[in-house]
Design a protein around this ligand. Sequence first.
Ligand SMILES: *[C@@H]1O[C@H](CO)[C@@H](O)[C@H](O)[C@H]1NC(C)=O
Ligand SMILES: *[C@@H]1O[C@H](CO)[C@@H](O)[C@H](O)[C@H]1NC(C)=O
Ligand SMILES: *[C@@H]1O[C@H](CO)[C@@H](O)[C@H](O)[C@H]1NC(C)=O
Ligand SMILES: *[C@@H]1O[C@H](CO)[C@@H](O)[C@H](O)[C@H]1NC(C)=O
Ligand SMILES: *[C@@H]1O[C@H](CO)[C@@H](O)[C@H](O)[C@H]1NC(C)=O
Ligand SMILES: *[C@@H]1O[C@H](CO)[C@@H](O)[C@H](O)[C@H]1NC(C)=O
Length: 512
Amino acid sequence: MNHGAQRDYQADIAFTFCVAVYGEQMFGLDMRFSSRLLLLGAVAVQAKYIVPGARWRDTENNLVNAHAGNVVFENGTFWLFGEYKVEGQEEGGGVSVYSSEDLATWTSHGLALEPISWHPFISPKNIIQRPKVVYSESTSQYHMWWHADNATYGRLLQGLAVSDTIAGPYRFVSAQAPMGNWSQDFGMFTDYKDGKTYALYSNGDSVEGRDVYLASYNKDITTLEEVVYRFDKFDLEAPSIVQTEHSYYALLSHKTGYRPNNVVAFRADSLSGPWSQPWIVAPLNTRTFNSQSGFTLRIAGTENTTYLYLGDQWDSNSLWESRYIWLPINIDDDKKTLQLEWHDVYDLDVKTGNWKSVEGTTYSAKDAITSGNAFKQEANFATDGVILTGIEGNDSTVAFQGIKGTGKPQWVSFYYQNTDDMGFGDQPGGSPDRIGGTWQLRRISSVVVNGKTESVETLYQRDTHKGIILSTPLQLTLDDGSNNTITVGGLYNGFHYKGADLDKIVIYPPES
Ligand SMILES: *[C@@H]1O[C@H](CO)[C@@H](O)[C@H](O)[C@H]1NC(C)=O
Ligand SMILES: *[C@@H]1O[C@H](CO)[C@@H](O)[C@H](O)[C@H]1NC(C)=O
Ligand SMILES: *[C@@H]1O[C@H](CO)[C@@H](O)[C@H](O)[C@H]1NC(C)=O
Ligand SMILES: *[C@@H]1O[C@H](CO)[C@@H](O)[C@H](O)[C@H]1NC(C)=O
Ligand SMILES: *[C@@H]1O[C@H](CO)[C@@H](O)[C@H](O)[C@H]1NC(C)=O
Ligand SMILES: *[C@@H]1O[C@H](CO)[C@@H](O)[C@H](O)[C@H]1NC(C)=O
């Protein structure tokens, strides 16, 4: 995915090609990483919901563009750092920073680390991936670390930049080989009990590599000084650690480029181990709800401690449009288990640490009206035993009728199946398509409210395994009353005009 992919549909074809050409170098690449956070009492009036997989917009209505980074909590404010993805450019966009008091409303502060055209490590030609920021008590500065590399992933270093203020600008200091070794996907973790900071990094894709290291920093957090544990030969990446009162859980993904896979977790009483066997953290074949691990956030509120999974939903067609899958983590320290829970829409109070799933109203496929070649097909895995299929263009559509609305913007989740993956992960070699056809990242549906074709919403529907239903949200404004119609058709995705199969839609109450 890193080799000259464009933001057009050719990127996916290029993907297949690159796998063949670059082999494991390809899979080893980048992808994402880490963990931590301390929380006291935040001040926040909860007005907005957290909606995983939606287009998140900042207070200026731009897409939130901070991928595979971390969140630092300080004095009532959450600071989100992440890779800034420039439209039409895959890497080297620098590190962006946003602030929020509720983890749902984000204000942009621009670039915390700006690329410098002549610079050997932070030019637009460099890899500046998985940035993490931590405050160093002893230097009284904020330290930003990341996976620093050249365009072909030949350097495998860790970059350090510093700033006196949290939002930056950060000044480049060095790019280091941790204890002389390689470092690919980068993560960071600070133990809330003793304040000690650690790095997690995958050791590359060579036969000798394929390990993930957990190493401790010196007191200043200016260099790594000791390997605390080595996750040996699991060949994982995108590392993060979440800490509970009694346990540490390390979350890592497999290496499938920008495609999501089954994220796994390990548990330990102590960072130096022994660590448990890994297990899969989300329902099988959902590919971790179509996301990759990256960071985990511990929110110690006045009533509850809540743990959030901050995953990335990479969009290899247009990386700058990649989305965020942030979900509550369900941890049972007695049973030594950790699972991710899916919620279309949830309401998190960062002050108390309480969150609740928002209840919506369901409209089933079985009651929808079909037109053209769209039809209802038996599907024993669907909510009511049928799924809406054959959706294409403007002539073969489905309509959900009699929908109650409020006249205000409301989140609507579309439950869908899109089997264009051709059996990714199940076919020989895990190849998306073994007979040279076209694998596609997503279908795009058109969504029209009450026949108003002058405003067509675009619903991205990522590929799924067969029989796996996932949901993807849009914010729609329905008329006040119970006579709304939502019509779904198909838009061009670079290959065809098909919409994904639909199981149901769920309408959520407006944000207060
Ligand atoms: C914390 O935030 C409050 C309110 O914004 C501010 O008055 C105070 O100076 C801040 N304290 C520190 C240590 O930054
Ligand atoms: C990246 O670094 C490696 C190791 O120094 C080198 O072999 C490779 O040519 C470099 N790639 C680029 C694009 O400069
Ligand atoms: C460097 O990586 C290799 C391969 O995983 C490993 O054998 C070696 O112990 C590592 N050395 C250090 C200091 O991390
Ligand atoms: C939070 O704590 C209360 C009791 O203190 C409990 O009833 C509730 O289930 C907890 N969890 C959440 C997610 O609110
Ligand atoms: C479907 O209708 C929309 C809105 O009128 C239009 O933009 C789009 O081009 C049409 N698509 C096809 C395939 O005709
Ligand atoms: C409900 O909507 C349909 C289609 O938009 C319209 O034909 C019908 O007259 C409406 N019914 C009422 C009671 O408003």
